[in-house]
Ligand binder design. Structure first.
Ligand code: C5P
Length: 308
């Protein structure tokens, strides 16, 4: 009998706003964020295996940060953990072979590992024919990592708690982003630790999501959105990677509507008014030699979904 296979596509995320409070007793920082999924996507081809093993292989689409930051192929990989968690909760002993095609930068502040976990949940659920309710998948996603639930949902959404409590925001229009990729990643725990160090004297009180940001999304107004992008992890990311200051300045100088660090970095993000403007910004960043690679992406994009 032919083994059941599916292909799942899953988007990267950026944070349009990221407000971070003081680290709690659970080791996590309470955050309020507005996520947007963008069409820079990983894909997982998953096939049922008859030996009961979960295995994975990874290919990279040729972008930077892949030679220095290869993802693990064992149970340290979040996609592996996602399939194993679903299998355990479903009380089955089926196996799964996953072939992951990565385009999302590794340790780039764009939820690459979390995206693969979300895709693995969707793929394993389909291949094993479980029909797990959406709400249960979201609960499992939250156990796997703070950004995993959003990677299932996609679009534009508010994240609270550790980022794992996802609720809809009213957003219209689509947005042209230019992403500046670095040649090596940043560890999210290290960026949060640097955030703690920088805020040691005065415990941080999370900034608010600017009301103007939600108004800009309702109005599909990229210029208004660009003016209010915000990220409380910026100082920590710049402290660990000072050269990002120049990258952001180049984006500003070439007329980006807004420039910010994506999540915990080191990816930088620049908002353009349209695709032609995005190309201008991409060329300026490339010409200035401040990024290892430059990618254009459109948001919002749908969350993890079966495409074949
Ligand atoms: O949830 P996730 O496994 O992606 O988080 C990775 C690490 O990032 C955590 O162990 C923690 O150090 C840090 N983190 C945090 N506060 C958050 C999310 C992540 O401190 N809200």
């Amino acid at each position: 009998m032919a083994m059941q296979s599916v292909t799942v596509r899953v988007p990267a995320k950026i944070n349009l706003a990221l407000a971070v409070g003081a680290r709690g007793a659970d080791g996590y920082h309470p955050i309020t964020t507005v996520y947007q999924a963008v069409d820079l996507c990983d894909e997982i081809r998953a096939t049922e295996s008859d030996d009961g093993a979960i295995t994975l292989s990874v290919t990279y689409d040729g972008r930077v940060a892949t030679e220095t930051a290869q993802v693990p192929l064992d149970e340290d990989n979040l996609a592996y953990r996602a399939a194993a968690l679903l299998r355990q909760r479903a009380g089955i002993d089926s196996g799964l072979t996953m072939a992951i095609r990565k385009a999302i930068p590794v340790s780039g502040g764009m939820a690459g590992g979390s995206a693969d976990a979300a895709a693995a949940l969707v793929a394993a659920d389909a291949v094993w024919g479980l029909g797990t309710p959406r709400s249960d998948l979201l609960t499992l996603a939250g156990e796997l990592g703070s950004d995993v639930p959003f990677c299932l949902v996609g679009g534009t959404a508010m994240g609270t708690g550790r980022g794992d409590q996802v609720s809809p925001v009213l957003a219209r229009g689509s947005y042209c982003w230019v992403l500046g990729l670095a040649d090596s990643g940043l560890s999210t725990p290290e960026v949060y630790a640097e955030f703690d160090r920088l805020n040691k004297k005065a415990p941080p009180t999370a900034s608010e999501i600017p009301p103007a940001l939600l108004a800009a999304l309702r109005a599909a107004d990229p210029a208004a959105l660009g003016a209010v992008l915000s990220n409380d992890l910026t100082d920590a990311a710049l402290s660990l990677r000072p050269e990002l200051t120049e990258t952001l300045a180049v984006g500003d100088d070439c007329g980006a509507l807004g420039a910010a660090v994506s999540g915990s970095g080191p990816t930088t993000m620049f908002l353009a008014s349209d695709e032609e403007h995005a190309l201008d910004i991409a060329l300026a960043l490339t010409h200035a030699g401040v990024c290892a690679d430059v990618v254009q992406a459109i948001g919002p994009a749908p969350g993890a979904r079966i495409i074949a």
